[in-house]
Write a protein that binds this ligand. Structure first.
Ligand code: NZQ
Ligand code: ZN
Length: 386
């Protein structure tokens, strides 16, 4: 096992009716800016519940954070924070609202050009406003981690940053708040959580026994509940609860402690979203099967373990079992209603050069757990994903 530090300070407040706990979770004298996306939080009644729980605390709402949140919109919120003297932020939404809130919390106290937060990968962040979250879409794990991804529309750049200063103070996870999600967003959540787990598990063995078993448990849970979530005539509480907690655990640092991590699928996927506005999870479903094919040698031992322990494949040669596991992965995404080929999104070979140029511009020239996934290999992966 590799050396690691593990510290996760986010309090999780889980279960039906827990939004009422904001009454005690948010400091009594806080001046609160609530941050939301489009219309969903208002329409579903979640925003109303949040306001009620805040009681007499001074609060306002900033709305309009878009999916794949933009630097431009976040900077408008920063202005509102500064002008209104807000000292506590409350994100109500999915990964986009939470990621934007992390950036806003850091940018509000940042000296200099806030875009530096992204270009420094977060290393320049020395302080941030405190904030909590109310999660309405289980997918990204942003509710319990220190990462965020922000897009600058003018230059078509989608950039991640990390800082221990942007762990949420608390996150309220009420599975009933997912009942209003359209099936496509449920599918996105399942696939995003699946690929987060894969990025930290499907690398090379380091004898991290419990991290492996834990990751395999998350993958098997998603395989089991994914199709059921899509096909249920009405929402089933326990399935929603299991999805919510699985998605959180997939990216709260626990399964990634002490193991090598890949993240190439995410880095290539981010460029596809920035250029073609494809939902985050869908870009992962395009890239991952092609990447696994390309990286059969580097990931050989873990692909065999994945094949046997996650998919129960025990017969055939090594290469046959690996092929079967990759095929099952692709079929799982497709069964969730998520196409896995660039052509399914109306994209052809003409997009590849541009994606490669963007990867180069963003310093993504040595990806993967081995830092050897060059631009040429990214090109082969994208070609295989056509
Ligand atoms: O904007 P509103 O009206 O709220 O609608 C949203 C949005 O259109 C809707 N929605 C959310 N909760 C709902 C709901 N609709 C009905 N009922 C509800 N309860 O869903 C749509 C998508 O929301 P979004 O927040 O964009 O989705 P998601 O949670 O998948 O977040 C995606 C973003 O997170 C980033 C992605 O890159 C992308 O920008 N990621 C963040 C990570 C992190 N911080 O660790 C890791 C991930 O890999 C990912 O990169
Ligand atoms: Zn993701």
């Amino acid at each position: 096992m590799l050396n690691f530090d593990y510290h996760n300070p986010t309090r999780i407040v889980f279960g039906q009716g827990r939004i009422a706990d904001l009454a005690t979770l948010v400091p009594a004298n806080a001046r609160v800016l609530i941050l939301v996306g489009g219309a969903s939080a208002e329409k579903t009644g979640t925003l109303g519940e949040v306001r009620e729980a805040l009681g007499t605390r001074q609060h306002s709402t900033f709305s309009g954070i878009e999916p794949n949140p933009s630097f431009e919109t976040a900077m408008k919120a920063v202005q509102q924070v500064r002008e209104g003297g807000f000292d506590f932020l409350l994100a109500v939404g999915g990964g986009s609202v939470i990621d934007a809130t992390k950036f806003i919390a850091a940018a509000a106290l940042f000296e200099g050009d806030p875009w530096t937060i992204l270009t420094s990968w977060g290393s320049k962040v020395t302080q941030a406003l405190p904030f909590g979250t109310v999660l309405t879409l289980p997918a990204t794990g942003s509710e319990m981690n220190e990462g965020a991804v922000i897009t600058r529309r003018d230059i078509g750049a989608k950039r991640p940053f990390r800082s221990p200063k942007v762990f949420p103070l608390f996150s309220v996870l009420d599975p009933t708040k997912t009942y209003t999600l359209p099936p496509a967003q449920i599918a996105n959540g399942v696939v995003d959580a699946f690929v987060h787990t894969i990025e930290q598990y499907l690398t090379y063995p380091v004898n991290a026994a419990v991290q492996d078993r834990f990751a395999e448990g998350l993958l098997q849970t998603l395989i089991e509940i994914g199709p059921r979530l899509l096909n249920a005539p009405s929402p089933v509480y326990d399935d929603r609860a299991n999805l919510m907690w699985t998605a959180t655990l997939a990216l709260n640092g626990l399964i990634g402690a002490g193991v090598p991590q890949d993240w190439a699928t995410h880095m290539i996927g981010h460029e596809l979203t920035a250029l073609h506005n494809i939902d985050h999870a869908r870009t992962l479903a395009i890239v991952l099967p092609a990447l696994l094919e390309e990286r059969r040698t580097q990931k050989h031992a873990k692909l065999l373990q994945y094949s046997e322990r996650v998919w129960g494949i025990t017969t055939g040669s090594d290469e046959e079992r690996i092929s079967a596991a990759i095929a099952k992965t692709r079929a799982f995404f497709e069964a969730m209603g998520i196409p896995t080929r660039l052509k399914d999104y109306g994209l052809g070979a003409e997009v590849i050069d541009i994606v490669i140029r963007q990867l180069e511009a963003h310093g993504m020239t040595q990806l993967s757990e081995h830092r050897d996934l060059s631009l040429d290999i990214s090109r082969r992966i994208l070609t295989a994903a056509l």
